[in-house]
Ligand binder design. Structure first.
Ligand SMILES: C[S@@+](CC[C@H](N)C(=O)[O-])C[C@H]1O[C@@H](n2cnc3c(N)ncnc32)[C@H](O)[C@@H]1O
Length: 277
């Protein structure tokens, strides 16, 4: 009796396994060579921007962009995405009708992005090192700046160039836990992974460091320090302890920076400080 039940169970398992294998084989052979290449890379790689945790993190940040601007806003706008990785966020905005330029310092990332989003129109790509003087990218309606700032050697020089690109910026970065608007820590060793910096460094500015630079450049600073952005160990709504903690990659902040045209000229006061929370 027991043996018969066991055999029946084995038959069911085998039958199901065969059905799944047949289905997999059918969908596998229905794929084009490019689709298969993309699917195999996504399935087999876990390094850097291939880490599965990027998926959920991207969803929360795209939702924030939609909450800030609305679905309709993007059509006809020029958007630049810096440090785009596989350009999934840029491609999403291009599908909403924006003309998007996705920039990354790694040829490998841009090559994969081009394949992955080959059916998305209105999207262009550029391989460029954004640490130091970077190529002219032209003005845009929105600069998307996610997950890049903390990979750079010179935050001030980089942001000074970003201010030239747009009056509307959504900026996201890892920070240190400090209320000091002049505090930034540079860490001089980093691993050569496709999601990290090009020059083997990282940095952790205080949130107030970033806000000071943005305010001095004429932007109104809207904080998006909200729990809806939290994803895995990446947190946006953490309270300050002001203990200088670098927090790995978990202490994150996001801002919407907005300035009315011409405001940049009016607000060069270096004493401008954004009040601590
Ligand atoms: C943490 S990933 C973020 C990817 C994407 N922006 C996101 O938030 O999901 C950082 C990206 O910035 C790129 N990057 C790092 N340093 C760079 C540099 N100096 N110039 C251009 N891109 C850089 C990396 O190649 C990588 O694709």
């Amino acid at each position: 009796m027991l043996l018969r039940r066991f055999r029946t169970l084995c038959d069911v398992v085998l039958d199901t396994t065969r059905k799944v294998a047949r289905l997999e084989a059918a969908s596998y052979s229905a794929m084009s060579p490019i689709e298969r290449h993309i699917a195999l890379q996504i399935a087999s790689r876990k390094d850097g921007v291939f880490q599965p945790s990027y998926d959920a993190w991207r969803v929360t940040r795209i939702n924030k962009l939609l909450a800030l601007y609305g679905v309709e806003w993007f059509a006809g706008k020029r958007v630049i995405e810096l440090g785009c990785g596989h350009a999934d966020i840029g491609a999403f905005l291009a599908e909403l009708g924006a003309d998007v330029l996705c920039v990354d310092g790694r040829e490998e990332n841009i090559t994969f992005a081009k394949l992955k989003h080959r059916k998305v129109g209105r999207i262009d790509y550029l391989v460029a090192d954004l640490d130091g003087i970077f190529p002219a990218l032209g003005r845009c309606d929105l600069l998307v700046h996610f997950g890049l700032l903390y990979h750079l050697r010179d935050v001030d020089a980089h942001l000074a160039q970003c201010w030239e690109l747009a009056d509307e910026i959504v900026l996201e970065t890892v920070v240190c836990d400090s209320l000091d608007p002049n505090k930034i820590v540079y860490l001089d060793r980093d691993v050569p992974v496709n999601s990290r910096g090009l020059h083997g460094v990282q940095n952790r500015p205080s949130p107030f460091y970033v806000e000071r630079l943005a305010t001095a450049a004429g932007y109104e600073v809207e904080r998006c320090f909200t729990g809806d952005l939290n994803s895995g160990t990446f947190l946006y709504d953490w309270p300050h302890k002001d203990n200088g903690d670098l927090g790995g990659f978990s202490h994150r902040r996001m801002w919407r920076l907005h300035r009315s045209s011409g405001a940049a000229i009016l607000s060069q006061d270096p004493n401008l400080r954004v009040a601590a929370e």
